[in-house]
Design a protein around this ligand. Structure first.
Ligand SMILES: Cc1cc2nc3c(=O)[nH]c(=O)nc-3n(C[C@H](O)[C@H](O)[C@H](O)COP(=O)(O)OP(=O)(O)OC[C@H]3O[C@@H](n4cnc5c(N)ncnc54)[C@H](O)[C@@H]3O)c2cc1C
Length: 611
């Protein structure tokens, strides 16, 4: 059924209510409504951006950010590690959620990182099962636009067995590649980061052309909105309500002693309304708003809820704890004037030519401007002594100040995570990621030359050692939660990002890329930069790669878990969380592939529970 009016929504007897029509929410809704006997209702706070070019055109991605039509525009609390600076934290708003505004990179993490999710106490959540469900969500288009020689040059080698071929989300390889791509790959190779065409096999260390969620038949974004919702919009048993914000899950104690979610309250056009759920309520509001909704509904740390006058239904100390995110730093260089970068679009003639080219699904707008990625391990980022130090810094005792209010159970879980993190710094596991951006990224105070051409590289640690929190700051459900990232609290995070800066600067200084670099722009110094100066750059430019996870962690209860391996909130019989907030330990890659897998697997779990 198309998007429905509110009266129809509240009058329909719904079996499942999905809160948040984002990346994962729409997957669950689409899969559950395959059964015509069940009725599924989705409540999404934003609209449906079906025709918006900022969403659909790959080369325009990023333009939706900051616009309240598409973006919640959250902010971190002032960050001590960043001299009190606040970091903007975009989240997608509207059908498709963050998959509608994300940067379309579609990369698999490392095998050991997904096996770790099982090892932390979640049977059935490992590399093998994640891979199976990632494949179910995707349809890979072979890189037929590349000759076999070019495929080798760009490290493109999709093993058909590692990808899905008939799933809803289209995945393809960038069609717009510049003359610098090969040079970057060659220079990285000289620095110990080899071409890695086999990255999708759970071994991402190396460099390669990034698969992206672009539908090559139309050169448009493929995402939850148009892949999972649009093809099923006519189903009479799938009802979607947009521009309605859920404010609370209604919980009642059942005869089994468990809390039962009977429905949700939501605000639509200023009015608070209720809708019932006969079978389940599924929270898919994302890593910031799912814990917020749990707390507003009385599921959280008892003393925290009491402070806001909220009656505790379930004392769940893990809610909103264990926040992890990938933080990025930026570098920019000016390059040869003949390289085709986004900077050329400031010239009206080039803009007109590129718009025309897009009409034939080619050119700069048809592809993502971030088409090259590299993952480096510890040995490319620090000395043996650094690695030993990082292993030791993987502990709660390294940063007691950020754990002073952390519940004991949550600390138990984080200790187990640290044991894994300390192993990964010394192996061939990814420790940092580098993403090429084909143009001059905006930096306050820097103005690109009118005819200049630039490339930027953003880099991030794979696994932050710091942990943050997200909690309600008010009992008013329409107020944003307080997001405390604690960026750079642990020295390892600062060291790894400083290592990223040095490695990127070295890449610019290494032939053949060096020959195409006109000058360094941001920063202007070389890779032999001293510690203090490198750290200053990190603190000045740190931002987010928008990958928050862990705030409703799937972990044993005694380790601060909020949901069990069936994604049921502990202490409830029918309230599940299905979104990235359940990922207990962040992995190295961009996380949307995990979101797709979680949505697909959750749908199977829920179907099996109601057979
Ligand atoms: C700018 C940006 C760039 C990114 N780039 C990449 C990338 O290139 N590759 C990659 O792999 N990952 C990327 N990510 C991360 C990835 O897209 C997200 O982690 C993932 O899509 C999150 O899925 P989710 O289902 O957990 O949440 P979301 O997709 O964010 O869905 C949550 C939904 O719930 C809705 N909602 C929230 N609260 C309420 C409420 N109270 N009532 C009703 N509705 C509500 C929201 O509006 C939203 O639609 C990016 C993310 C962002 C924001």
């Amino acid at each position: 059924m198309p998007i429905v009016p509110v009266d129809q929504f509240t009058k329909t007897k719904l079996d499942y209510v999905v809160v948040g029509g984002g990346t994962t929410g729409l997957i669950v809704a689409a899969r559950l409504s395959e059964d015509p006997k069940v009725t599924v209702g989705v409540i999404e706070a934003g609209g449906y951006h079906e025709q918006d070019p900022e969403i659909n055109i790959p080369g325009m991605r990023g333009l939706a950010l900051g616009n309240p039509k598409f973006d919640w525009n959250f902010e971190s609390l002032p960050q001590k590690g960043l001299d009190g600076r606040v970091v903007p934290l975009s989240r997608g708003k509207g059908l498709g959620g963050s998959s509608a505004v994300n940067f379309l990179l579609s990369i698999r993490p490392a095998e050991e990182e997904l096996d770790a999710i099982e090892a932390l106490g979640n049977p059935g959540w490992n590399w093998k099962t994640f891979l199976e469900y990632m494949k179910r969500s995707e349809q890979l288009y072979e890189p037929s636009h590349l000759t076999p020689e070019k495929a080798v040059e760009y490290a493109v080698g999709p093993d058909p067995d590692l990808f899905g071929h008939d799933g809803p989300v289209a995945k393809s390889f960038p069609t717009h590649v510049t003359t610098l791509h090969s040079k970057m790959l060659d220079s990285l190779e000289k620095l110990g980061v080899p071409r890695n065409p086999a990255h999708a096999a759970g071994k991402p260390v190396g460099a390669f052309l990034i698969p992206s969620t672009v539908d090559p038949r139309t050169a448009t974004r493929s995402y939850s909105g148009n892949a999972y919702y649009a093809p099923n919009a006519a189903r009479p048993n799938l009802l979607v309500l947009t521009e309605a914000q859920v404010t609370k899950v209604v919980l009642e104690k059942g005869s089994d002693g468990l809390q039962k979610a009977t429905g949700v309250n939501f605000v639509k056009d200023g009015k608070t309304l209720t809708v019932g759920a006969a079978k389940e309520v599924i929270l898919s509001a994302g890593s910031f708003q799912t814990p917020q909704l749990l707390e507003l509904s009385g599921v959280g740390n008892k003393s925290r809820l009491a402070a806001f006058g909220i009656e505790t239904k379930i004392d769940a100390p893990g809610v909103g704890e264990n926040l992890q995110d990938h933080a990025i730093i930026t570098t920019i260089v000016e390059v040869d004037p003949e390289v085709e970068t986004l900077d050329m679009l400031t010239n009206p003639e080039h803009m007109a030519a590129q718009q025309k080219l897009y009409g034939t699904q080619q050119g700069i707008f048809a592809a993502v401007p971030t088409s090259l990625v590299a993952f480096a391990s510890g040995k490319e980022l620090g000395s043996d002594a650094d690695i030993l130090r990082w292993e030791k810094l993987a502990s709660i005792e390294s940063t007691p100040e950020i754990f002073k209010d952390t519940p004991e159970s949550v600390k138990n879980g984080i200790r187990k995570q640290y044991r894994l993190l300390s192993k990964w710094v010394d192996q061939n596991s990814p420790l940092a990621q580098f993403i090429h951006w084909n143009g001059h990224l905006p930096v306050p105070g820097l103005t690109p030359k009118p005819d200049g051409r630039y490339i930027s590289v953003v880099s991030t640690y794979a696994h932050p050692f710091s942990r943050g929190t997200v909690h309600i700051a008010s009992a008013d459900p329409l107020k944003p939660p307080a997001i405390q990232q604690n960026y750079l609290a642990n020295q390892t995070d600062l060291d790894v990002l400083s290592g990223c800066l040095r490695l990127t600067l070295k890449m610019y200084e290494t032939e053949p890329l060096k020959g195409s670099v006109v000058q360094k722009v941001y920063p202007t110094y070389g890779s032999d930069v001293d510690k203090d100066t490198a750290e200053k750059h990190v603190r000045a430019c740190l931002g987010t790669l928008w990958h928050p996870v862990g705030t409703s962690a799937m972990l044993p209860k005694e380790d601060g878990g909020v949901v069990d391996p069936n994604l049921l909130v502990y202490g409830t019989s029918n309230l599940r969380v299905v979104d990235c907030s359940v990922i207990p330990l962040i992995c190295s890659a961009n996380i949307v592939t995990l979101a797709y897998a979680i949505g697909e697997k959750a749908a199977d779990i829920i179907k099996a529970a109601h057979k």
